[in-house]
Structure formats: structure tokens, C-alpha cells
Design a protein around this ligand. Structure first.
Ligand code: URA
Length: 250
């Protein structure tokens, strides 16, 4: 299209379309892609919403990096030694416009196998706890501090966290949630850059990078200490309420 809206050359039309699709992509519009990298970043690839006009909000959105861009920059990562033992990179899953982001420590065996975070026993507990609060797993966003499985489920080491956490921060900045919920001390300590104890800090609301951060127990800890589950449920409810996540059917 020519600038005045009248018919131009084919080349101009192609150029304009390329610019428009680039703009849609930068605005966060998701296009289904046949490759697995795209499938791993979002569970809602078919929800394509075309903006009708350019509002200031959309222009601001346009400046935001998309999760697909973060994922493709991560690539087949070899930035730290964890890549040597991994089967799949576990990037993150869920709603790229979620008002809340859950951050765990790192993939376990099931996650490494399937390529999605929190799908093993601990993940199933998290899913049940969310469901009990009226929230579907696919409506929130879930990821980890490190994207590759640490051997024998050990805690990620400082060099691994240093290599991987920039991608976590870019994921969070892309989503811009109202609340980040840190699951366990690794996530809490990485994000808050603190050595504080999860038992002391859980349930507290921290101002973090222009958003709120609430730490709570890791679901794997809850499997070993089921009596702490009521505290974690209270923390999750607080985080969801603060984020304005509306329970289903209410
Ligand atoms: N534990 C985590 O911290 N993350 C997962 O994805 C699974 C288990």
C-alpha cells in the first residue's frame, strides 16, 4: 500500500505487509509455528487477536520483547555445564499475558523428559493447589530459574544461575505480571538477591523490579512436609488476589 492508501507497486505492498507482520509480532500476537520451540513457550498459540488501530498502549506493547524472541535467543543453549546432561530445555509454559508468574528452581527428570516445567509430582501438587483456588494452570505462566535439569536434582550452582537468570528476567519483563511468586528458596534468593530463609520470608510482599514478589514454599518441600501446605495455600491465595487473578466461575 502507498502511504496515501491508494494502490502502489507489488514490492511496496510486500514491504508494507512485512512491516505489519513484524509489528504484530513485536506486539505479542502469536502465530502458530510448526517447530517445537514455539509450542514449548506457550499453551495458547491459537489465540490470535489482531489489533484494530495503533493506540499508545499498543505502541508501548510494541517495544516489549516477546517470549518467542527470548526463546529463540536462548537457542540450543550451551552457556553453562547443565546443557551436557539435559534432554530438553524447559523454557516455560502458560499464558504470555498472565498477571502472575510462578518461578521454580529447575527442571527435574519428568520436566527434562517432557520439556515443560512442573509436570512431575511437585508440579501436580502445584496444579492441584491452583485448581483448589479456582485457577487453571494454563491461565498463569510457570518457569524456572534454570532451564536445564541439574544432575541428580541438585540445586543449581552459582555459575549456572548467573548464565540462565538473564533469560528468566527477560521472560518476566516480557510478561510484565502484577505479581511474581517465587517457589522455594532458589527462586526467592535469585530474584531478591538475598540469602534469607524461605521459612522467614514466605508470604511477605516485596517490591521487585516494578512489580510485587511473594515467596512461598517449593511444592517439592510440601510433598515432604505436608503440614506446611496450608501456609503455602495462604501464600498462593494472597499472590493471586494481589495479582487480580479471578477464580473460575466467580
Ligand atoms: N521443580 C522445579 O523447581 N521446577 C520444575 O519445573 C519441577 C520441579
Amino acid at each position: 500500500m502507498s502511504r496515501n492508501g491508494e494502490g502502489g507497486s507489488v514490492r511496496e505492498t510486500v514491504e508494507a505487509l512485512k512491516n505489519y507482520f513484524g509489528y504484530l509480532h513485536r506486539s505479542g500476537v502469536l502465530f502458530p509455528r510448526p517447530d517445537s520451540a514455539s509450542a514449548a513457550t506457550s499453551s495458547v498459540p491459537e489465540s490470535v487477536t489482531l489489533p484494530h488501530s495503533s493506540t499508545p498502549e499498543m505502541q508501548e506493547e510494541g517495544a516489549r520483547e516477546t517470549l518467542d524472541e527470548v526463546r529463540s535467543d536462548l537457542g540450543e543453549c550451551t552457556r553453562c555445564k547443565l546443557h551436557k546432561g539435559r534432554k530438553k530445555i524447559v523454557f516455560g509454559v502458560g499464558n504470555p499475558r498472565s498477571k502472575i508468574v510462578f518461578v521454580g528452581e529447575g527442571p527435574g527428570a519428568d520436566e527434562d523428559e517432557q520439556g515443560f516445567p512442573f509436570v512431575g509430582r511437585a508440579g501436580q501438587l502445584l496444579t492441584r493447589m491452583l485448581k483448589a483456588l479456582g485457577v487453571r494452570r494454563e491461565d498463569v505462566y510457570i518457569c524456572n530459574v534454570v532451564k536445564c535439569r541439574p544432575p541428580n536434582n541438585r540445586a543449581p550452582e552459582p555459575d549456572e544461575v548467573t548464565a540462565c537468570s538473564p533469560f528468566l528476567l527477560r521472560q518476566i519483563h516480557s510478561i510484565r505480571p502484577a505479581v511474581v511468586c517465587a517457589l522455594g528458596s532458589a527462586a526467592m534468593q535469585t530474584l531478591l538477591k538475598s540469602t534469607g530463609s524461605i521459612t522467614k520470608l514466605r508470604g511477605q510482599v516485596f517490591e521487585w523490579e516494578g512489580t510485587k514478589l511473594i515467596p512461598t514454599f517449593h511444592p517439592a518441600y510440601l510433598l515432604r512436609n505436608p503440614r506446611s501446605e496450608w501456609e503455602a495455600r495462604a501464600d498462593l491465595k494472597k499472590a493471586l488476589d494481589l495479582a487480580g487473578v479471578t477464580p473460575l466461575g466467580r
